[in-house]
Every structure is written in structure tokens, then in C-alpha cells.
Design a binder for this molecule. Structure first.
Ligand SMILES: *[C@@H]1O[C@H](CO)[C@@H](O)[C@H](O)[C@H]1NC(C)=O
Length: 325
């Protein structure tokens, strides 16, 4: 089932270790992204189903369908022994509960990120973190979250994969899909680089309303405007971050201010996004503290933080403006 192109790429990255991750977990989850995209495209409407998830967010019919796609994939991968998601945020052992080999993975995922822009049919995403452990909680993310997938569900379906085994630099690549779902490695090595002064520079300011009460954020945004940065912001975390990965540079900011609390969930959003950005050679900081996102263990599935991510020099300028400024 894994397309030859993807199988060859994964074999080159994992020639002798993590066979279950290489041959099952990654290819099956990547195939699942295409299923979620098809489910979305063929869903006649986007409606609230009248229930809320454990965080109190209203659930949409398509949230439940996407959750179901991933849960089905989990059930078919014996090495995924534990899973939790934004829709069902309690870590549970999956069945069958014993892995055949010595590989044991935990999945932490947000099946459909971008509920506020899904009804108008804008691009949304799926976020998956893969942890080399029987739990994602209380584990150092830098060493235990070894892979992440960002599925981009828009006019095209694509996926960004990050893979970083402890002690390695990590790698980030992009998958494209044919109509039938055949996967192709479209970019084997995604790298963020610091742009030269001449190039277009991009900024993506989430929760811009917070600038009304927080002068540091207002000054930062004003500076971007004065320096003629290009605004690229849709309100979808995945497509907005992937924009920088595709262009090769850019900065995404989700601020935390006195009036506006941290919004992004560490386990389901921040940690996988941070792994992808770091594997692409960029930097991902918590905008509340200025610390690296992946420095801190996640203790609770509802823990939240802010985000500054993108290429290093832009992130550093934003850190100074928001935290020291
Ligand atoms: C939503 O957009 C996709 C392409 O991005 C398209 O295939 C689909 O038909 C659109 N759905 C609706 C209901 O407009």
C-alpha cells in the first residue's frame, strides 16, 4: 500500500531501525490524510452535532469523521499502543494493546484543526505527533516526540512529515497525493533559511485583536507594516505555518498577553508544529516565556501555550519585541 516513492524515502531515512514506524505507522497515517481530505470534500455540509469535546469546544460532524479515520488507522497499527486527541483528550491504550516488536508508540493528534474556517471551505489541517513511548505526558518532547505529520487539506492535499530520532539533526519532507491517493515525495528536504534583505518577508499574526490591549504586539505589527512585510494569515494554524515552509521563510505569531490567554494546546498543536519547524531548520518558541516549545514536558492534555515560529532571525526579532521589548 505504501507508494514505492514514499517507501524508498522512508527506507533511506530509517534503513535499519524502527521498522514498524517506517513500514506501517508513517505510511498508514499519511494515507489517512488523503482519506480525511476526501471525507471533507464529500461531506454535504459542515454542521454542529450538538455535543462538545472535553475541552468544551463544539464538535462538528466533520471533526467526528476525521477522528474516526485516524482511530481506524491506529487500530490497524499494533505498535501504536496509546492515543489521545483533541476530540478525546484522555490517553487510552489501543487494542490490540500489545506491540509485536519492541516498538511502542503514542499518538497525540488534532484530527481537524481550523474549525472556525471550515464552513467557508478554506484550507484546514490535521496535526499528528508520534511519541516513542507508552505516553506523551511527562516525557521530554525533544527526545520522545520522534515524528510529526501536518496534513494540509485545501484545494490540494499535501502532508509535511518531520522525523527526528534522538541524537540526529532531523529531516522534514513533503508528500503529494494523486487523485487515487498514491503518495509521492514532492520535496525531500524542506529547509527554512533566513531571507536576504531584498526578498519578500512574510508575517502571520494570529489573534491580532490582542494588539488593541497589548502595546508590544501593536508595535510589532506596526513595524511589520512599516517595513513592508507581506501579510499571509488565514486563521488556519497548519496552512499558515506551512506557508512559511513552502516559501522557505516567514514568521507565525500566536501571542499571550495579559488580556488574552494562551490558546494553542501543547500536546496536539504546539509540540508537533515545533518539531516540524525545528526539523526544517527553524525555531519554535513559546511566546509567553520565550523558551523553546520542545524544552518542556507536557503534564496535562489541556496545557496551552503561545507560539513564535519560523526562520531563526525573524523569530529572534519577535522574541525581543514581545518578551524583552
Ligand atoms: C471545497 O473546496 C474543494 C477544493 O478546495 C472542492 O473540491 C469542493 O468541491 C469544495 N466544496 C464545496 C462545498 O464548495
Amino acid at each position: 500500500m505504501a507508494s514505492p516513492d514514499l517507501a524508498a524515502h522512508l527506507s533511506s531515512l530509517l534503513p535499519s531501525s524502527h521498522p514498524q514506524l517506517r513500514d506501517q505507522v508513517l505510511p498508514k497515517l499519511l494515507a489517512c490524510i488523503h482519506d480525511i481530505a476526501n471525507t471533507l470534500r464529500t461531506s454535504p455540509s459542515v454542521t454542529q452535532i450538538g455535543t462538545a469535546n472535553a475541552f468544551g469546544d463544539n464538535q462538528l460532524n466533520v471533526d467526528v469523521l476525521a477522528e474516526g479515520c485516524i482511530r481506524k488507522t491506529i487500530a490497524s497499527c499494533p505498535s501504536i499502543v496509546t492515543a489521545s486527541s483533541e476530540e478525546d483528550p484522555i490517553e487510552k491504550a489501543s487494542t490490540p494493546s500489545s506491540s509485536p516488536g519492541d516498538e511502542k508508540y503514542t499518538l497525540a493528534f488534532d484530527p481537524l484543526d481550523g474549525s472556525s474556517i471550515i464552513a467557508p471551505n478554506w484550507s484546514v489541517g490535521t496535526i499528528i505527533g508520534i511519541w516513542d513511548s507508552t505516553s506523551a505526558l511527562h516525557q521530554p518532547p525533544s527526545t520522545h516526540q520522534i515524528a510529526a505529520i501536518l496534513g494540509v487539506l485545501g484545494p490540494r492535499t499535501t502532508a509535511i512529515v518531520a522525523l527526528r530520532l534522538p541524537g540526529t539533526q532531523g529531516t522534514c519532507f513533503e508528500i503529494g497525493y494523486s487523485a487515487a491517493g498514491t503518495m509521492q515525495v514532492v520535496r525531500p528536504n524542506i529547509k527554512l533559511t533566513d531571507p536576504t534583505a531584498l526578498k519578500t518577508r512574510y508575517f502571520s499574526p494570529a489573534n491580532m485583536r490582542a494588539a488593541a490591549d497589548e502595546p508590544k504586539y501593536l508595535h510589532l505589527i506596526t513595524r511589520f507594516v512599516k517595513e513592508k512585510y507581506t501579510l499571509r494569515y488565514s486563521g488556519g494554524l497548519v496552512p499558515d505555518v506551512v506557508h512559511a515552509l513552502v516559501k522557505g521563510h516567514g514568521v507565525y505569531i500566536s501571542p499571550v498577553t495579559a488580556q488574552s490567554e494562551a490558546k494553542l494546546r501543547r500536546l496536539y498543536e504546539l509540540a508537533p508544529i515545533a518539531l516540524v519547524v525545528e526539523c526544517a531548520g527553524g525555531v519554535a518558541l513559546d511566546s509567553a516565556t520565550g523558551d523553546r516549545v520542545l524544552e518542556r514536558c507536557v503534564r496535562d492534555t489541556d496545557e496551552r501555550g503561545g507560539l513564535i515560529c519560523g526562520n531563526g532571525d525573524e523569530v529572534e526579532q519577535v522574541r525581543r519585541a514581545l518578551i524583552e521589548g
